[in-house]
Design a protein around this ligand. Structure first.
Ligand code: SF4
Ligand code: SF4
Length: 419
């Protein structure tokens, strides 16, 4: 218990605005899924131990003690019905960061041995094999072979002194190998110096999702060690929202150290290449396209205009959803929900909010920039029999590059800018 937590519970005015922002509550209508209710174990702890009234209630027997039975009852609420999307935090009139409190409560859950099997298994695999899906370098090596023979390009591996270390997500390697090919094509086209690392290719952080600072620190440290070993100036987080916030915003705090490199999401790098005139594209998509903004990228990190400027390069009929960017609705799969089989039904229920947004504008295709969102969008659209393909933005840009154009001369690396 700390001052922000105490301030949180004493300042909540019970207005219910957070409830109207949560896709899990809005789509189920079940009051147990209101954001503030998910924090009940933490609230009760605060009340019982830090308020006079709470202490009195315990003495009089009016307040149930926090025991294993209570934590077991609350575990599904904290892990299955919260994608850590942060929409509730955005609307709270007293500025309470509810999703940060969900994370804090998850930390207590992990410490007391109450977490979903799927997330525990993913965390163990991430620590032991380097990937939450248990994927090893040899699998990526096979994908690299396919990319090289399809593109005629060489994928650089362990290139000391490269400007960029490119990280991937296991889901991307397995479900969307075209992402790596797109990166190889775009960086060859723009003359970007980059590399993969055999020591660390995974960008996601299962420790952040389950709520274990120890596991999170091990996984962040692995990225830092690989980047330092290769002497890179920048690290690129792939098309994955939570990987980006994990490594960029939370990483330095969990290891208690500033990085000797900068971190970018791939979309930020592509937009900078665009601004520098190093993305020469041709042709335009002519069908009606719309976009799903990943919560971690748009709402939590403010990366909103970058993807739209890139869309303008290649799409002539782009239409935004009514609530987009900072106020977009979550797809329902983040925060470890997609790794938690028990949450499957709720995940699809939460997706109905996104479905309603899509139905309002009826696009021919959707574009996004997160492998987890993309998988959830594909599964959700199939579940609700909506025939709308989903595309990754990086791949779409790669498809429009002017072929056989000589690479733009690489400018000297400026600190914090694509080089
Ligand atoms: S972070 Fe998102 S999913 Fe979690 S309680 Fe808040 S609005 Fe609901
Ligand atoms: S929006 Fe903020 S003040 Fe209102 S109920 Fe939720 S946490 Fe409390």
């Amino acid at each position: 218990m700390d001052a922000p937590t105490a301030a949180f519970f004493s300042s909540c005015v019970h207005c219910g605005l957070c409830a109207q922002s949560c896709p899990f509550f809005v789509e189920t209508g079940d009051p147990k899924y209101t954001p503030i209710h998910k924090l009940e174990p933490l609230r009760r702890l605060w009340e019982q131990e830090f308020t006079l009234w709470g202490k009195l209630k315990v003495r009089l027997g009016f307040s149930q003690p926090i025991d294993d039975a209570l934590l077991e009852e609350w575990e599904p609420l904290l892990y299955d019905s919260c994608s850590m999307c942060g929409r509730c935090s955005l609307v709270c009139p007293v500025g309470n960061d509810i999703q940060a409190m969900v994370r804090k409560t998850r930390e207590g859950m992990v410490a007391s041995g109450h977490s979903p099997e799927g997330l525990i298994a993913a965390s163990v695999r991430a620590v032991n094999t380097g990937s939450p899906m248990g994927l090893q370098w040899k699998t990526l090596d096979v994908q690299i072979g396919h990319v090289e023979s399809a593109s005629g390009l060489t994928v650089p591996i362990d290139q000391a002194g490269a400007d960029y270390l490119v990280l991937l997500s296991s889901m991307e390697i397995i479900n969307f190998p075209e992402y790596l090919e797109a990166i190889a094509k775009i960086f060859a086209h723009a003359g970007v110096s980059w590399t993969l690392s055999k020591d660390c290719f995974e960008a996601t952080n299962a420790g952040v999702q389950i709520g274990s600072k120890d596991i999170a620190a091990v996984l962040v440290r692995r990225v830092v060690d690989a980047a330092v070993k290769l002497g890179v100036k920048n690290v690129i987080s792939p098309e994955c929202g939570h990987a980006y916030t994990g490594i960029r915003w939370e990483g330095p705090n969990v290891i208690g150290q500033r990085y000797p490199f900068k971190v970018f999401h791939i979309i930020e790098v592509l937009d900078q290449l665009r601004a520098d005139g190093r993305l020469r594209t041709e042709g335009m998509e002519t069908d009606r396209l719309s976009m799903h903004d990943p919560c971690n990228l748009a709402r939590k990190s403010g990366v909103i205009d970058e993807q739209r400027r890139l869309m303008n390069l290649v799409a002539e009929d782009f239409v935004d959803m009514k609530e987009h960017g900072k106020y977009q609705w979550c797809c329902g799969a983040g925060g470890g929900v997609s790794s938690n089989e028990r949450a499957e039904e709720l995940k699809m229920a939460a997706f109905r909010r996104k479905k309603a947004q899509i139905e309002e504008i009826r696009p021919d295709r959707l574009v996004t920039m997160c492998a987890t969102c993309r998988t959830q969008l594909e599964e959700g659209l199939e579940e609700y029999t909506m025939d709308i393909p989903v595309v990754g933005l990086t791949e779409m840009i790669a498809e429009h590059l002017v072929e056989d154009a000589p690479p733009t001369a690489a400018a000297p690396v400026k600190e914090g800018a694509p080089s």
